[in-house]
Design a protein around this ligand. Structure first.
Ligand code: MEV
Length: 319
């Protein structure tokens, strides 16, 4: 009998097209080297979810673990004729929540995979994505599906809503700096704010959607040729567009300014929903560690990630 199942999924960074992707642009995202681990094991008592010091019964509406509860309830309704032992879903994450690095997408993906396997109804990739998407939507309101795709498939992807996601092969990995500003943000509020901006300035907004699409294709070319200067200059121009739609903040601008004091920094932009969260930067090859040391003194949750990284995977059970 299965007593424990463990899966993990990576966080993500968006290199081009966040927000505009909700309104139809192409976007580029990649999995990062930080993951969320989910294990499901039999217990005595009620079905429950635990993470660090927090625990919650599945049937409690205490507002905790909204994405995981949504995924779990949907999977249980698919498996309704099957008897199952009470279970505990335990989450351990290397990604701070609210950091814009895909923690809710990663937990939704890993939970869909681990719980369905535990209940004996293994799902295919598309079914996992669909359930995870519903889970993420409870947190993010009206997401595009980009985060779920990046966390599930891993690697580097080009994504457009309602189109097939394309995986991009990189001959040589690319190293990027990721810095969490320390400010958590609400993706759903930011998505709503950007929708208002679109209503206010429909023509300018549409031009930016088109420009995000062409920026995404240029980004893919720059990544394929590992042209760090080009990646950096694209980051810089994308950041201007993100500021225009109102998702950058003075703190993120200060963080980017702080980075630009180092001449090895070739360009930087916010990644994800903005309003706080994280930024990514292209750094001259060979200088990543020294810039990381510099930025970590002020922003402790900073790291260098190589892309591509593996997507959803099974882990050895610990118990
Ligand atoms: C959030 O990581 C990315 C957004 O574009 C929202 C979405 O695509 O679902 C802001």
């Amino acid at each position: 009998m299965i007593t424990e199942i463990r899966a993990s999924a990576p966080g993500k960074i968006i290199l081009s097209g966040e927000h505009f992707v909700v309104h139809g642009s192409y976007s580029v995202a990649a999995a990062i080297n930080k993951r969320v681990y989910v294990s499901v094991r039999e217990i005595n008592g009620k079905d429950q979810i635990v993470s660090n010091d927090i625990s919650s019964n599945l049937d409690s509406d205490d507002g905790s673990f909204p994405a995981v509860k949504s995924v779990t309830r949907n999977i249980l309704s698919i498996a309704r004729n099957r008897k199952h032992s009470p279970f505990e879903i335990s989450i351990s994450s290397e990604i701070p929540s609210g950091s814009g690095l895909g923690s809710s997408a990663a937990v939704s993906v890993a939970c869909s995979a681990a719980l369905s396997e535990f209940l004996g109804i293994p799902l295919n990739k598309e079914e996992i994505s669909n359930l995870a998407f519903k889970g993420e939507s409870t947190v993010h309101g009206n997401p595009s599906g980009l985060d779920i795709q990046a966390c599930q498939s891993g690697g580097l992807i080009v994504f457009k809503k309602s189109f097939e996601t394309r995986s991009i092969h990189l001959k040589d990995p690319v190293r990027l700096l990721v810095v969490f500003s320390g400010r958590k943000r609400s993706t759903s509020k930011l998505i709503a704010k950007v929708a208002d901006r679109r209503t206010e300035y429909p023509n300018q907004f549409q031009r930016l959607v088109d420009s995000a699409s062409s920026g995404s294709f240029e980004m893919v070319d720059a990544l394929k040729s590992r042209d760090l200067s080009k990646i950096g200059s694209l980051f810089t121009s994308l950041q201007v567009q993100l500021s225009w739609i109102g998702v950058s903040t003075p703190q993120l601008d200060d963080l980017i300014e702080f980075l630009y004091k180092k001449q090895e920094v070739l360009g930087a932009k916010l990644t994800g929903a903005g309003g706080g969260g994280s930024i990514i930067a292209a750094i001259k090859s060979g200088s990543e560690d020294s810039v990381l040391k510099y930025v970590s003194s002020q922003y402790p949750y900073s790291f260098v990630t190589e892309i591509p990284q593996e997507g959803l995977r099974w882990e050895k059970a610990t118990g």
